[in-house]
Write a protein that binds this ligand. Structure first.
Ligand SMILES: [Fe+2]
Length: 381
């Protein structure tokens, strides 16, 4: 047993004793980074056909077989050719689909596929609910992803909550899954930080408050865009505190996932500070979806419709309470791909790329003002 434990810890031990390994280069500005979410890797061999996977899982397996390697190769091409040069890929969770009888085999399968692409930049993931979907997923994630990301960073990342620096920017990746969370789609799903994680976040923000930019990544969204469960959906007061904490430290962009819809929502606090929530939606469908009208109005009907979920009433209240302060909303149910975020001094530009396209669909600019205010503009069809 001890020998097996030692073997499992071997990748982490290697990282500890070889601190200079990893793909993380010394990065000078300007630089860029790539953002994805909800890749939902599901290799066909990871699922036991005798257990009759549900339709969603069967579709996800087909999508993985058709799109995962081509999409990773498209990201690799972006990582090699985009200017300013990308320094990392940040994933907002649900990087694997889960719900398997052998979680370690699914993570091994994911890494075999991902590593076959030889991505030239490091990959970091904020854990999503599908990384916890099923018995044994969380320990398997810790045994595989934490050593992998430690290897990418060239230093030990021992906790699912972690932060790192690129240039003069600070990146915070949050673990939104409380310990009792088991994933899946049929529970009262909770996305929250444990007390120690909240204190860690406060401390990390305070320690890095003089960085040029602080970017935060998590799996759930802060504000709903597609009827899904969000951070602190059952605790509106705590949800406000979470938003205020990010604004206090001038976090301008929160990157999330989970809702599976390409979206940009800008919250204005009334004192010149803005927090923009951005979701690329990287679940690439089997066929190009029909173009649906953009959603521009942040209303209960548009983003929190439907009453079937356990959190639907909470969601409607949340949207009603924020509606007046959502100054910009763009939700596209037809787009899926990734962001590339360029950082050039005080200016941050986010470009949305649909999968396999070299032309940005739209772009957003953020500029830091001298007294903390945020200029936010956009260029889109
Ligand atoms: Fe999710």
């Amino acid at each position: 047993m001890r020998r097996r434990t030692l073997l499992r810890l071997l990748p982490l031990l290697l990282v500890l004793f070889i601190p200079s390994c990893g793909k993380k280069p010394a990065v000078a500005e300007p630089f860029s980074f790539i953002v994805v979410d909800d890749l939902h890797y599901a290799g066909a061999a990871d699922y036991d056909s005798a257990s009759a996977p549900d339709e969603r899982t069967l579709r996800t397996i087909r999508q993985t077989g058709q799109n995962f390697i081509p999409f990773m190769n498209a990201l690799k091409e972006q990582a090699l050719s985009f200017l300013p040069k990308p320094a990392a890929i940040l994933s907002c969770g649900d990087i694997v689909h889960g719900g398997v009888s052998d979680p370690r085999a699914q993570f091994s399968s994911f890494f075999a596929a991902y590593n076959s692409v030889a991505m030239p930049v490091p990959l970091y993931n904020a854990m999503g609910n599908h990384e916890t979907a099923g018995e044994g997923m969380q320990p398997a994630y810790d045994e595989s992803f934490l050593p992998f990301m430690s290897g990418e960073a060239g230093r030990q990342l021992a906790d699912r909550n972690f932060s790192l620096d690129i240039g003069d920017s600070h990146f915070i990746l949050l673990d939104s899954q409380p310990p009792e969370r088991t994933g899946g789609d049929h529970e009262k799903r909770i996305f929250e930080l444990m007390d120690r994680q909240w204190r860690w976040l406060e401390n990390d923000l305070e320690t890095n408050k003089y960085k040029a930019h602080i970017f935060v990544f998590g799996h759930p969204t802060i504000w709903p865009v597609n009827g899904g469960d969000v951070w602190y959906v059952y605790e509106p007061q705590k949800q406000r505190e979470f938003v205020d904490l990010l604004l206090k430290y001038n976090v301008r962009i929160y990157f999330g996932g989970h809702e599976h819809v390409n979206s940009v929502v800008c919250y204005e606090n009334g004192a010149g500070r803005k927090l923009v929530q951005m979701v690329p939606d990287s679940e690439i469908p089997l066929e190009k979806e029909e173009i649906r009208p953009l959603v521009r109005d942040y209303t209960v009907e548009n983003v929190a419709a439907g009453g079937g979920s356990l959190w639907s009433a909470n969601l409607r209240e949340l949207v009603s309470s924020y509606r007046e302060r959502i100054g910009y909303c763009r939700i596209s149910h037809s787009a899926a791909g990734n962001f590339i975020v360029s950082v050039e001094g005080p200016k941050v530009t986010v470009r949305m790329f649909e999968a396999f396209s070299r032309q940005p669909l739209d772009q957003y600019e953020f500029t830091a003002g001298s007294s903390g205010e945020t200029q936010f503009s956009y260029d889109q069809p």
